[in-house]
Design a binder for this molecule. Structure first.
Ligand code: HEC
Length: 297
């Protein structure tokens, strides 16, 4: 410090400003993080509710609707081999997703897979990355904040791991029910790998407003806290200025004058504090000097 500062005033001011900036930045960042975390919690609970409905719908198709239709088909009620709308939970989920996406436009539900039946379900770059990540870590879920169509979203992704039964429609083209083949007209065999992550069910919750609010909150509150700290320290500095620095300057002035021989005028002192004592000491020195000078003179 000695090297940098020739005045205690500057030294204290410097420490105050740096501390203020550090405190402000720390508080700002803390508020930014906690705003985002709060929003993530609320997004999570929205996603949980949505996924509960999706799961319930899929289970209904698998456990109730499909066996019933299977039974009817087996009894020879129709000439069809498979009724997509009633027997495929993937098809059913896709229909539910489309409706939910229309109903709640600010949320997006997607099911994607590598080599999909429906070309709309081809993963984008981010989704491909998420699938690869889920696959490499062998995870069931992933969540994070990412850019999607130029906007920030909170994404939750659930792994799609094909089972053997899935290959009926996601394996070879020749094995697919005619209804599936006719609808999607696949050019090549999807051949999904059994037991490995090959896709994901994704929920997108818009997050750009949250991020913006968190940034503003962080900057404003951090600035406020840092500002209040600097202001309070400024007031303390002002008090120090009147009570310490100015009297010291005055004493130094007098000491300089005494050193030049101006020893007639007494140094006034009122207080018993550190500066008062210093003034008293200098006054005693002046009186002694004056005695010596008078003796010589
Ligand atoms: C009886 C046929 C059938 C079976 C069996 C089937 N699916 Fe599907 N699946 C479909 C159809 C049809 C679509 C396309 C829905 C659409 O239009 O988006 C689809 C789409 C998907 C998609 C979206 C990607 C794509 O290919 O378009 C995923 C993921 C998916 N299915 C997962 C599974 C899983 C996992 C299983 C096994 C547990 C399974 N499916 C079994 C018919 C089936």
């Amino acid at each position: 410090m000695k090297v940098f500062f020739r005045s205690i005033r500057a030294e204290i001011s410097f420490v105050i400003v740096i501390t203020g900036i550090l405190i402000g930045t720390g508080v700002g960042f803390f508020i930014y993080r906690s705003t985002i975390n709060k929003a993530i919690d609320s997004a999570r609970s929205r996603i949980e509710t949505t996924m509960a409905f999706v799961k319930a719908s899929r289970d209904y198709v698998r456990s109730t609707l499909r066996p019933k239709v299977d039974e009817l088909l087996a009894a020879g009620c129709t000439s069809q081999d498979f009724i997509l709308e009633a027997q495929s939970s993937s098809f059913f989920t896709a229909s539910i997703f489309t409706r939910v996406n229309q109903e709640i436009p600010d949320m997006q539900l997607r099911q994607v897979a590598v080599k999909p039946l429906n070309p709309k379900d081809k993963p984008n770059e981010t989704e491909l990355w998420i699938i690869a990540y889920l696959k490499s870590k062998n995870l069931k879920e992933f969540e994070g904040i990412t850019l999607h169509r130029g906007k920030e979203y909170f994404i939750k992704a659930f792994s799609v791991i094909p089972k053997k039964g899935c290959l009926r429609c996601h394996g070879k083209v020749e094995d697919m029910p005619v209804a599936v083949r006719n609808l999607y007209n696949p050019k090549e065999d999807p051949n999904w790998p059994v037991g490995q992550v090959n896709g994901a069910v994704l929920v997108y919750v818009p997050f750009d407003k949250v991020m913006e609010q968190a940034r503003i909150d962080g900057i404003v509150n951090g600035g406020l806290v840092g500002g209040v700290f600097i202001l309070m320290s400024g007031i303390i500095l002002l008090i120090l200025n009147f009570r310490v620095f100015k009297p010291i300057d005055a004493l130094r002035d007098r000491a300089e004058k005494i050193s030049k021989g101006e020893i007639e005028q007494p140094i006034p002192y009122q207080s018993e504090n550190e500066i008062g004592k210093l003034a008293k000491a200098i006054e005693r020195m002046r009186v002694s000097l004056k005695k010596v000078m008078d003796m010589i003179g």
